[in-house]
Design a protein around this ligand. Structure first.
Ligand code: ZN
Length: 413
């Protein structure tokens, strides 16, 4: 799948030292410093191409964009892979509901997603891989899981046996009852007759009448969702044999903690014999005016619609960065208005001939981001600098500050 065009990142002045990046790890529940490395492997779960790109998506990809930018600023290479679930039940259901071809729906939504990512200055993944193009990888992954006796069939469908992994369920911290509840809410089939465990997940769905299918060694069918990501991550991130973990960062929205990331981590552990990720990072959900934003409520706010209405994508980015990434937050008109006003003041301050000292502000932006991507604190540092400039302090370099804001926060002014 074609990724989207990259965005130039200004270099960091070597006079700034970059602390190690610490991130809140969902598995351990604590903040962990990423080890210093030359190459980081990051996998972030992509969208199913319908309803793209709402602000929840934008906030998630923005979170991993901050990680990507910070690690690159340290001089490291970031091998970043993202998937796109371009075949799955929800896509087929939406196409049927709207009376359109599922491939046309997927293509149009993928295009929209790409242009939204470009508008928001989100660095593209090195590999952007669709589920359909990954089918050979999925069948290979299923073969690997078969070799370690973790796959069984129910009729012509194939399932992953979660109990073959002694650590199943330990990564996401839900009780058995909660896991069952969430599993059925998020596409699972706990009641399927013939399964060994209610939580076992489908890895290959045999062809159904009237639905698309592709040939495989297990017969015609299509991949399950969880195995799609496990297969793509392993194939494109190619774990280093010497590493203790298959990859460095597994990311996505917090609605993926269970079952998606638990299943993926379990499958990868069974395939490779090592834990999946060094750190599991999850972005919180974005609600609207006090309510959860969801397809069923019909209250999704789309990046493309805001942009079409004249909102500067950099203001959307600034607005999303004003809240901590890991917490659920609300999108309101006031959030957008505050970001609009902040951007105007920042632009005005940066355009002055004389500006307040910038070195301390830049160091604070860096230190805040290094501390679990504390973007609200970074923005506070910028606000203080604006006030100092407005009050007539001098001695700084507006060019240096605007470059640093671009490098680390991805906001081009
Ligand atoms: Zn995924």
């Amino acid at each position: 799948m074609r990724s989207w065009p990259t965005v130039a990142i200004p270099d960091v002045d070597p006079k700034y030292t970059l602390p190690k990046l610490t991130l809140k790890d969902t598995l351990s529940g604590t903040k962990k410093a990423l080890p210093t490395k030359n190459l980081y492997r990051m996998y972030v779960c992509g969208i199913t191409p319908y309803d793209a790109t709402h602000l929840g998506h934008a906030a998630t990809y923005l979170t991993f964009d901050l990680i990507n930018r910070y690690l690159r600023a340290t001089g490291a290479e970031v091998r970043y892979v993202q998937n796109i679930t371009d075949i799955d039940d929800p896509l087929l259901e939406r196409a049927k509901r709207d009376g359109i071809d599922w491939e046309d729906l997927a293509h149009s939504q993928i295009e929209l997603f790409r242009s939204d990512m470009v508008n928001l200055h989100i660095l593209p993944p090195e590999s952007y891989i669709g589920a359909v193009e990954a089918i050979p990888l999925v069948t290979e992954a299923i073969e690997m899981l078969k070799e370690v006796h973790t796959i069984y069939s129910v009729d012509d469908d194939l399932y992953f046996s979660v109990r073959s992994d002694a650590e199943f369920g330990t990564r996401s911290h839900y009780s058995q009852v909660e896991m069952q509840e969430i599993f059925s809410q998020r596409g699972g089939d706990p009641d399927r007759v013939g399964k060994k465990d209610v939580l076992d997940c489908l890895v290959w769905l045999a062809a159904r009448p009237g639905e698309p299918s592709w040939p495989s060694p297990f017969g015609a069918g299509r991949p399950g969702w969880h195995i799609e990501c496990s297969a793509i991550a392993l194939a494109y991130l190619k774990p280093e044999p010497a590493d203790d973990y298959a990859i460095d960062i597994q990311g996505g929205g917090s609605d993926l903690i269970f079952p998606h990331h638990e299943m993926g981590a379990s499958q990868v552990a069974m395939m490779t014999g090592k834990p999946y990720a060094q750190t599991y990072v999850h972005a919180g959900m974005v609600g609207l005016d006090g309510e959860k934003m969801s397809k069923s409520k019909g209250n999704l706010v789309f990046v493309s619609k805001l942009v079409a209405a004249g909102v500067d994508p950099m203001v959307i980015r600034l607005a999303l960065l004003s809240a901590a990434y890991g917490r659920d937050r609300m999108w309101t008109d006031a959030v957008l208005a505050e970001a609009t006003a902040r951007m105007a003041r920042l632009q005005s301050a940066l355009s002055r001939n004389e500006v307040a000292p910038t070195k301390e502000c830049i160091a604070l932006i860096i230190a805040s981001l290094a501390d679990n991507l504390d973007s609200p604190r970074a923005i506070k540092a910028i606000d203080s600098w604006i006030e100092q400039t407005e009050s007539g302090l001098t001695g700084g370099s507006s060019g240096e500050l605007s470059r640093a804001i671009d490098t680390f926060l991805g906001i081009a002014i």
